[in-house]
Write a protein that binds this ligand. Structure first.
Ligand code: UDP
Length: 377
C-alpha cells in the first residue's frame, strides 16, 4: 500500500493553538493525509488547555522552554531542535501560523531541510520592523522562506505581491481565528463574571513586548481613572503570565473594588467574557480579529496595526498607550450611545469560518502534486 503523505503542523503559543486548531481538524478529516502535530513548548500549559478544548492532541513535543534561555537565543535553539525533528518525522509539507519565534524557527528549519513550508496567516505587515517587535521581522522572514502563503485577507495578499511573492503561491482563505471563534461561541453563554451585578464590562488584555514598562503603566493608570469615573462599569483583565505584566497590573489595579484580575482564561471562558463585554481594550492581534465578529467595539492599545481591516469598517480604533487618549476614547464609547452603536454594528472582515477547510484542501492538493501550487484566491 502507498504511504500517505505526511503533513506536519507546528504549534508554539496560545494564539497558534487557537488559530491552528481549525486547520488541524480540517486536515484530520482528510483520510488521505498522515497528520502529525508537534508542540514546540514555547507556551506550555496555555497551549495544552487550548488544544484539549478543541479535541486536538500533539504527537510530539520539543523540550524547549523559552523562559529559561535568553530571548535572543530562542529562535536559533528552537531551529536546531526542529531540524532534528524534521529529520525524524520526514514530512511532505510543514504548516505553522503567525509571527512567533516558533514560526520563524520552523520556516528556517524547513528551508535547511529543503521541506516545503506553508505559512498560515501570511502577509500581515505593520510596516515597521520595530513594532511589533519581533513579530514583524518574524513574519517577513517566514514569508521569504515559505512555499505556500495562506493570506487571511486581500490586503494581506497585496502585501505579499508587493514583496514579490508569486501570485500562484498565495491563496486568500480568511483567518482561521474566525473558524475557532464560531466553533466556540455557540457553545458558551455569556455568563456574568464574579463582579457583574448588571454592570457594563470593560475586558482588557495586554501582552506585547513593546507594551512592557511605561506603556503598561499608562494603560493601568487610564483604567484606574475610568474605574473611578464610571461606577456602573467593571473591568476584567485576564493577566498574561509574562512576568513583565502581572506585578505591574497587580500593583496599580489590584486593590480596586470593581477590577477583576484573573489568570488567563481558557478559550471558551475568554469567548464568553468577550460576548459579555461592553467594549474591549487590547494589544492582542487575535482579539482585534475576534471582537468585530462578536459586535464588540475594540480599542487597540497600539500605535500601528497589521490588521487594518477593522479600522476601515469603523469597528476598531487605534488609541495607543497614552492614558489621556485611552480615557477619552473609552469615555466616548461609554457616554455616547451613537458612537457606541456605530462601533458595535458587527463586521467580520477577517473571515467566514471556513478558512481551515480551504487550507486543508489546498494542502491536500499540494502534497499530491507539489509542482502545481494552488491557484490564487
Ligand atoms: N485568549 C484566551 N484567553 C485569555 C486571553 C486571550 O483564550 O485569557 C485568546 C484570544 O481569544 C485570542 C488569543 O488568545 O484568540 C490571542 O492571544 P494573544 O493575545 O496572546 O496573542 P496575539 O493574538 O496578540 O498573537
Amino acid at each position: 500500500m502507498l504511504k500517505k503523505p505526511r503533513v506536519l503542523c507546528v504549534i508554539g503559543t496560545r494564539p497558534e493553538a487557537i488559530k491552528m486548531a481549525p486547520v488541524v481538524l480540517a486536515l484530520r478529516a482528510r483520510a488521505g493525509l498522515d497528520l502529525v502535530v508537534l508542540k514546540t513548548g514555547q507556551h506550555g500549559e496555555l497551549v495544552d488547555t487550548i488544544l484539549k478544548g478543541f479535541g486536538v492532541a500533539a504527537h510530539h513535543e520539543l523540550r524547549f522552554l523559552e523562559r529559561r534561555i535568553p530571548f535572543e537565543d530562542a529562535a536559533r535553539k528552537l531551529a536546531e531542535s526542529l531540524t532534528g525533528a524534521l529529520a525524524a518525522i520526514r514530512p511532505a509539507v510543514v504548516l505553522a501560523q503567525g509571527d512567533t519565534t516558533s514560526v520563524v524557527a520552523t520556516a528556517l528549519a524547513c528551508s535547511l531541510a529543503n521541506t516545503p513550508f506553508a505559512h498560515v496567516e501570511a502577509g500581515l505587515r505593520s510596516g515597521s520592523l520595530k513594532a511589533p517587535f519581533p513579530e514583524e521581522a518574524n513574519r517577513v522572514v517566514a514569508s521569504h522562506l515559505a512555499a505556500l502563503h495562506f493570506a487571511p485577507t486581500r490586503a494581506a495578499r497585496a502585501n505579499l505581491l508587493r514583496e514579490g511573492v508569486p501570485e500562484h503561491a498565495i491563496q486568500v482563505t480568511g483567518n482561521t481565528v474566525i473558524d475557532a471563534l464560531l466553533m466556540t461561541a455557540e457553545g458558551v453563554d455569556s455568563a456574568p463574571a464574579d463582579l457583574d451585578h448588571g454592570r457594563r464590562l470593560i475586558l482588557t488584555t495586554v501582552h506585547r513586548r513593546d507594551s512592557f514598562g511605561a506603556p503598561l503603566v499608562g494603560v493601568c493608570r487610564a483604567l484606574a481613572l475610568l474605574h473611578d469615573r464610571f461606577p456602573d462599569t467593571a473591568i476584567h483583565w485576564p493577566v498574561h503570565p509574562n512576568p513583565n505584566v502581572g506585578p505591574v497590573v497587580e500593583r496599580l489595579l489590584g486593590g480596586l473594588p470593581r477590577v477583576l484580575l484573573s489568570r488567563p482564561l481558557d478559550y471558551p471562558a475568554f469567548v464568553a467574557a468577550m460576548k459579555r463585554s461592553t467594549l474591549i481594550l487590547t494589544d492582542s492581534g487575535g482579539v482585534q480579529e475576534e471582537a468585530p465578529a462578536l459586535g464588540k467595539p475594540v480599542l487597540v492599545l497600539r500605535d500601528e496595526t497589521e490588521r487594518p481591516e477593522a479600522l476601515f469598517h469603523g469597528v476598531a480604533r487605534l488609541v495607543g498607550r497614552d492614558p489621556d487618549r485611552i480615557i477619552a476614547e473609552t469615555s466616548r464609547l461609554l457616554e455616547d450611545d451613537d458612537a457606541y452603536r456605530r462601533m458595535s454594528k458587527g463586521a467580520s472582515p477577517y473571515g467566514d469560518g471556513k478558512a481551515g477547510a480551504r487550507i486543508a484542501a489546498a494542502i491536500d492538493e499540494f502534497v499530491r502534486s507539489p509542482e502545481a501550487l494552488p491557484a490564487a484566491g
